[in-house]
Write a protein that binds this ligand. Structure first.
Ligand code: 5GP
Length: 123
């Protein structure tokens, strides 16, 4: 598997060393519920390829990144976010990234719940 040198918690999840609540998986991508949800629904989409952060992404990764982003509306709808959601990619120290395996946060409240406030992120 790509990411063999990946010692992050998400590397462990990819290697089935620790469990996750899976939302979606294919040959390139895994999505799972965030363990500390910032809203009623909060899941993460990660590439199986080990890329530490958005700051390390190159043009070669454009198809993979495009696929991850294109999965967002499908998975958001499946998870109950039929009336909108927020996407965040915390990047680097100044972006308050905690886990250095690229991930897209997708979060929001279900229809009928309160809209998210301001620019609050996934922290
Ligand atoms: P970051 O701050 O790097 O953008 O976000 C990392 C996210 O990973 C946080 O929202 C945190 O709750 C989540 N997280 C950290 N450890 C685990 C874990 O072991 N399992 C799951 N499912 N999520 C985790």
């Amino acid at each position: 598997m790509s990411g063999a040198a990946n010692d992050t918690i998400f590397g462990k999840i990819l290697r089935n060393e620790i469990p996750c609540q899976k939302v979606y998986e294919d040959e390139d991508v895994l999505a799972f519920q965030d363990i500390h949800p910032a809203a009623e629904v909060h899941f993460l989409i990660i590439p199986k390829k080990f890329i530490p952060s958005l700051a390390e992404v190159g043009m070669d990764d454009a198809p993979l990144l495009g696929k991850m982003m294109a999965l967002v509306p499908q998975l958001a709808k499946e998870q109950g976010l039929a009336d909108g959601f927020r996407v965040a990619v915390n990047t680097g120290r100044m972006g308050r990234q905690d886990v250095y395996h690229l991930h897209i946060h997708v979060f929001g409240n279900r229809p009928g719940g309160a809209p998210l406030s301001g620019m609050a992120g996934a922290h």
